[in-house]
Design a protein around this ligand. Structure first.
Ligand SMILES: O=C(CO)[C@H](O)[C@H](O)COP(=O)(O)O
Length: 230
């Protein structure tokens, strides 16, 4: 089974949790896009859902495939969000934001009664941090915010490069017009404390640590999909 087939396996297993009539948060990334493709087939077959996309990219795919969309303001309380992740640890803590959609992803996931993560087994880690931690920041005061993040990291015993994400010739801009700092910490022994402290830095809009948000992860490997959590 290749990487794409594993993503499809995870997405198929997640689709079983989607019920007719649900208000559904729809994630961002290549795994979430496999989910959107399967969901679109169900919708074409008469299944009724209302989706809230977590990015402009996901919204475009949903429109293209005929998945009905609403804004989060129209549907502020959701039944379920299905989304991918860059890392998943045994406590279902996540790193997200590889695709730059972490702010909307976190807003949508926390507006949902439940979040289910879909991922292939390469995303499962004992300790978060091998994947660069995305930190969404306001462009005003970028240098000051970066210094503040660097000092915070040092207080947490974390070292590593913190760089502004690039796209083409310039910086990457999120759907909200912000910048992303990618922090190469390597290992994050106390992700809960780091998450809390990052939120206290004024220029930080949001970070990619999702703690206590997902209740189930569907992890696909060569032998099929297994579940972490309930
Ligand atoms: O957080 C995300 C986007 O901001 C994605 O869910 C994450 O990057 C995983 O993407 P993929 O399924 O392509 O590996």
């Amino acid at each position: 089974m290749d990487a794409r087939q594993m993503k499809i396996k995870a997405a198929e297993a997640a689709l079983e949790y989607v019920e007719d009539g649900m208000r559904l948060g729809i994630g961002t990334g290549s795994t979430a896009e496999e989910f959107v493709r399967l969901l679109a087939e169900k919708v074409a077959g008469g299944f009724r859902i209302q989706g809230v996309p977590t990015s402009e990219r996901t919204a475009r795919l949903c429109v293209e495939l005929g998945v009905p969309l609403k804004s989060l303001d129209e549907l502020p309380e959701l039944d379920l969000t299905i989304d991918g992740a860059d890392e998943v640890d045994p406590q279902l803590r996540l790193i997200k934001g590889g695709g730059g959609a972490l702010l909307r992803e976190k807003i949508v996931a926390t507006a949902s009664s439940r979040m289910i993560v879909i991922a292939d087994e390469t995303k499962v880690v004992d300790m978060l941090g091998a994947f660069k931690l995305p930190i969404e920041v306001n462009s005003f005061g970028l240098v000051a915010t970066r210094i503040a993040v660097d000092k915070l990291a040092a207080r947490h015993g974390l070292t590593g490069d913190i760089s502004v994400r690039a796209s083409g010739d310039g910086p990457f801009r999120t759907d909200g017009g912000h910048l992303i700092l990618d922090a190469s910490f390597g290992r994050i022994p106390d992700a809960d404390a780091l998450a809390r402290d990052l939120n206290a830095i004024a220029g930080v809009v949001e970070h990619g640590l999702f703690i206590g948000i997902a209740s189930l992860a569907i992890i696909a490997g060569p032998d099929g999909a297994r579940k972490l959590g309930a």
